[in-house]
Ligand binder design. Structure first.
Ligand code: NCD
Length: 295
C-alpha cells in the first residue's frame, strides 16, 4: 500500500524532526529532480491559495509534472462518485494526489481505493491539515531552541480549525512545555484534554509568559448558527493587537496560517509588525511540502 500522508497522529517525534530537517535543507540548497517522471494531481474541493500554490511549486521544483484538476468542471457534476474520480486518475498513472475536502473522513475513504497512488491531506474539514502543522513547527524551530521549553498559545476559533487540531497533535508529540487554548467556550473542542492543553477564556491571563501565539481565522463556513455569533464581542475580548501583544513575552512570535481577516483576529500593525512570522510560515510551506512529497 502507498505510504499515505493523512494525519499528524501517524508521526513520531523523530519522524517530525526528520521531515523538518529535510525541509530546512530545501530552504538552503537547490533541489535535485527526485520526482522526475512522477505525476502529482492537485484536487481541491474547497478554496485554497497558499496550500495549492505551494504544493504546485514544491512538486515542480522536484521535477514532477502537476495535474491541477478543476473540480467544478469535472465529471462529478454528472454524478460520478468521488472514489471513481480518483480510481480513474490513478489508472491514468498519477503517482500522488494532493487533496483538500470539506468532509471529515473523506480522505481515508479515497485512500482505501488507491492501490498505487499516494494520498496527501491538504486540509480535511475540521479534522486535520498536517502539512500546515509541519510548516508551523519548522517556523517555530527556526526561531526557538527547544520545543520542550516553550509555552504556545492557540487563540480564537479552535473548534472549527483543522490547523489547530494538527498543531495540537504535533506540539504534543514534540513535547512542548505548555499548550494553551484561549477562546470563548463556544469555540473550543470538547476533547482538548487529550493534548494536555490548558484552557483560558481570558486573553490577558492566557497570554502571560507565552513564547508563541498562533492566531486563527473565524471559520464562519463551518459554524452552525453563524448569524448569532457576535464578531464584535470576539474582537473586543480576543483580538491580538499592539496592546494585547504586550501581555506575552517580549520576544513572542505571532503566527497565522492565512487567510488573514485583518482587524478581526489580529490587527495589521501586528500582522505586519516585528513579531510576525506569517510570511516566513508561507516560505517554509514550500520546503515542507517538498519534504512530504519526496518522503
Ligand atoms: C487554513 C485552512 O484552509 O485550513 N488555511 C491554510 O491552509 N493555510 C486556515 C483557514 O482557512 O483559516
Amino acid at each position: 500500500m502507498p505510504n499515505h500522508f493523512l494525519s499528524t497522529q501517524d508521526l513520531s517525534c523523530t519522524q517530525i524532526h526528520a521531515l523538518l530537517d529535510t525541509a530546512e535543507n530545501y530552504l538552503h540548497s537547490p533541489p535535485l529532480p527526485t520526482l522526475s517522471g512522477q505525476w502529482v494531481a492537485t484536487v481541491f474541493f474547497e478554496p485554497s491559495t497558499r496550500t495549492r500554490c505551494s504544493f504546485t511549486m514544491a512538486a515542480r521544483r522536484l521535477g514532477a509534472e502537476v495535474l491541477p484538476l478543476d473540480v467544478t468542471y469535472s465529471s462529478m457534476q454528472k454524478g460520478e462518485a468521488i472514489v471513481d474520480l480518483f480510481a480513474n486518475l490513478q489508472a491514468m498513472g498519477c503517482d500522488q494526489f494532493v487533496i483538500r475536502h470539506g468532509e471529515n473522513g473523506m480522505l481515508r475513504q479515497i485512500a482505501d481505493y488507491c492501490q498505487t497512488a499516494r494520498v496527501i491531506n491538504a486540509g480535511e474539514g475540521s479534522n486535520e491539515h498536517p502539512t500546515q502543522a509541519l510548516l508551523d513547527m519548522l517556523t517555530i524551530r527556526r526561531h526557538k531552541a527547544n520545543f520542550t521549553d516553550l509555552t504556545v498559545a492557540i487563540v480564537g476559533d479552535v473548534l472549527h480549525s483543522r490547523v489547530a487540531r494538527s498543531d495540537l497533535f504535533t506540539l504534543h508529540t514534540l513535547g512542548v512545555k505548555e499548550i494553551r487554548l484561549i477562546a470563548p467556550s463556544c469555540l473550543l473542542p470538547n476533547d482538548s484534554e487529550q493534548f494536555n492543553a490548558v484552557v483560558f477564556d481570558n486573553l490577558a491571563e492566557g497570554l502571560a509568559n507565552v513564547d508563541v501565539i498562533i492566531t486563527l481565522r473565524l471559520q464562519k463556513e463551518r459554524m452552525r448558527g453563524v448569524e448569532a455569533f457576535d464578531v464584535e464581542a470576539f474582537v473586543n475580548a480576543y483580538q491580538i493587537n499592539s496592546k494585547t501583544l504586550r501581555l506575552a513575552k517580549p520576544d513572542v512570535m505571532v503566527m497565522h496560517p492565512g487567510p488573514l481577516n485583518r482587524g478581526i483576529e489580529l490587527t495589521s500593525e501586528v500582522a505586519d509588525g516585528p513579531h510576525s512570522v506569517i510570511l516566513e510560515q508561507v516560505k517554509c510551506g514550500v520546503a515542507v511540502r517538498m519534504a512530504v512529497l519526496s518522503c
